[in-house]
Design a protein around this ligand. Structure first.
Ligand SMILES: [Zn+2]
Length: 576
């Protein structure tokens, strides 16, 4: 195998072109990025964050402050030096060492002001003036090419001159991916293939997310949310008004936008991202409720995240007042009556002669109850895993089925359906201070779930009551106990199993996401779009994602797990 060219074609110094038009990533190394998940720069960035600067006198630079003075001079120097040669130091850049997923802090001073990335080893240092941390690193290690992380300008240190070269654009695309409206249309097709620095193919958007410690329950929700097309486009679109600087988006919103842009980046150096910065903010905003160090409940996180985003994005009680309400809000009518036990019925029933209280309530997702687990065992004394069709548990919303809540009866009916219907299948119940898990398998079709029986008034367009599955979050029980009673998510008390292993450790979460359109409903699927770059075979695919693991699976796999959250896309949208 021949090594890739080390010299990019364009050799003239010029202003960096900020447009997104493709410049193929020049690879300066033949090193494969396989197994880079714990790459040195990521590991370093994580472990160095909490460390205090070393208090050694020889290690404290005389000037570690902002040092932008003299920049004009330097630019002038560059303009005068209008040579046609390419800066020789550019060949010392090691792209495989670059990782911009971590907090932009100087690895020495921990300051976030005026931070530069060393493009040779990937570490971050402050300043570039004489005596600054970056300057000292440049002199000490002979690492010469630097990128200012906020201005996106490149410098050669210690000389301090500005350098611009089109061959550096790929680095900017990794640091701050930008999208055009045309890019967004392409992403929806889900069949575009990109290549990493190590020439490994990947499908933008369907890439691994690092698990820092126990954040798999958070990762599945990041994947779930950022694969809902209007939400994804909201965060990627450069024209989204709520994300403009003058609207002062919250830190949570900004960090999620950065994460979205990286997840869908078709020009990544390696096909994985770290959610570190976003999850740090989640922990802060939730007052420590959602940690990366303890297993938690993805449903609680989803609920917290969409409600917080709704408010952060200026949403109020009105319909469609945020992208969250536009995508997920429906309406349910709940009828309530006090219970009177009729002798002729074994169970309490609604009595039309008595007062029925009717309220209409908005929802962002629907909670579905599983039937109680039967206690049968088969002839071999093994527990039988019960199964239930989705339509049976959805029947809660048919307006007739009653549910008892203490002394009251309730029945539910949907009055408005959202474009994206989120279902929460309630598997965990707390009884006698322990959380029990119901292992019932829910049977569902991947396409065409018709909810017309549960909605009144019925939408005029029949496509508006049909939904196709978009994603499915399941509990990975391959390592967990198959006992019905298991420790639930979010329960921090540790329950020891017989073999002494903490059962909480063995519960993990994964998600299945549909990629591409299904062939039955999309006649144009066979027609290849020209100028679209390389494409995989057309049609619907299912991708299983669990932290860094990304696997194409057969649709049958999607049915097997203990599903907890599902996102259903209205038929008219899934066919688009
Ligand atoms: Zn370096």
């Amino acid at each position: 195998m021949s090594s890739p060219p080390t010299s990019p074609p364009a050799a003239k110094r010029q202003r960096i072109d900020p447009s997104l038009e493709a410049i193929s990533s020049p690879s300066t190394s033949t090193q494969q990025v396989n197994g880079y998940s714990n790459g040195s720069s990521s590991a370093l960035a994580v472990s160095s964050a909490p460390e205090l600067p070393v208090a050694s006198t020889s290690n404290v630079p005389p000037n570690e402050s902002d040092d932008d003075e003299g920049e004009e001079q330097e630019i002038k120097h560059q303009e005068e030096d209008d040579g046609t040669h390419r800066d020789m130091y550019l060949d010392t850049i090691s792209r495989q060492n670059l990782d911009f997923d971590f907090e932009r802090l100087c690895s020495k001073s921990l300051s976030n002001i005026n931070v530069y990335a060393c493009l040779v080893c990937g570490k971050y240092f402050q300043g570039r003036g004489r005596g600054s941390w970056a300057y000292r690193h440049a002199v000490g290690e002979n690492h010469r090419v630097w990128l200012n992380l906020s201005t996106e300008k490149f410098y050669v240190l210690p000389e301090g001159y500005l350098v611009s070269d089109p061959s550096l654009n790929d680095i900017i695309h990794v640091l701050n991916p930008r999208y055009t409206t045309k890019d967004l249309v392409k992403l929806s097709k889900g069949n575009q293939l990109s290549y990493t620095l190590g020439n490994q193919p990947y499908r933008p958007g369907y890439i691994g997310i690092n698990n820092i410690k126990k954040n798999d329950y958070l990762n599945v929700i990041i994947q779930l949310l950022l694969h809902i097309p209007p939400i994804r486009n909201f965060f990627l679109d450069p024209n989204t008004p709520e994300l403009k600087e003058e609207r002062k988006p919250t830190e949570l919103v900004m960090r999620l936008a950065v994460l979205a842009k990286r997840l869908w980046n078709p020009k990544l150096f390696k096909s994985q991202i770290s959610p570190h910065e976003f999850l740090h903010e989640v922990n802060k905003r939730s007052n420590g409720k959602f940690k990366t160090t303890e297993q938690g409940d993805p449903v609680e996180f989803l609920s917290w995240l969409i409600n917080t985003l709704h408010r952060d994005l200026g949403g109020n009680k009105k319909k469609n007042s945020s992208i969250i309400y536009k995508s997920f809000q429906g309406q349910v009518q709940i009828q309530t009556q006090q219970v009177i036990i009729h002798k002729e019925y074994s169970r309490p029933v609604f009595d039309i002669g008595r007062d029925i209280q009717t309220i209409s309530s908005p929802f962002l997702f629907l909670a579905l109850d599983l039937p109680a687990t039967p206690l049968f065992t088969d002839v071999n004394e093994k527990k039988i895993i019960p199964q239930v069709p989705l339509s049976t548990i959805l029947a809660k919303f048919d307006g007739k089925t009653t549910q008892e809540f203490g002394p009251t009866l309730k029945r539910h009916h949907l009055t408005m359906l959202p474009p994206y219907l989120i279902l929460h299948i309630k598997r965990f119940t707390k009884n006698n201070f322990v959380s029990e898990r119901n292992p019932t398998i829910v049977n569902f079709p991947l396409r065409g779930v018709d909810v017309s029986d549960y909605v009144d008034p019925k939408p005029s367009d029949p496509m508006h009551t049909q939904y196709d599955l978009l994603s499915n979050v399941t509990l990975d029980t391959t390592k967990a106990s198959t006992e019905t009673s298991g420790l639930g998510p979010g329960i921090t008390a540790s329950k020891k199993k017989k073999n002494g292993e903490n059962e909480e450790n063995s519960l993990t979460w994964k998600i299945h996401i549909r990629a591409g359109k299904n062939q039955d409903t999309d006649n144009s699927a066979k027609i290849k779009n020209e100028n679209d770059g390389e494409e995989e075979e057309e049609g619907e695919k299912w991708i299983e994602l669990q932290d860094l693991r990304v696997e194409k699976v057969t649709p049958e796999i999607v049915f097997l797990g203990e599903t907890v959250i599902q996102v259903w896309e209205r038929r008219d949208l899934s066919r688009m």
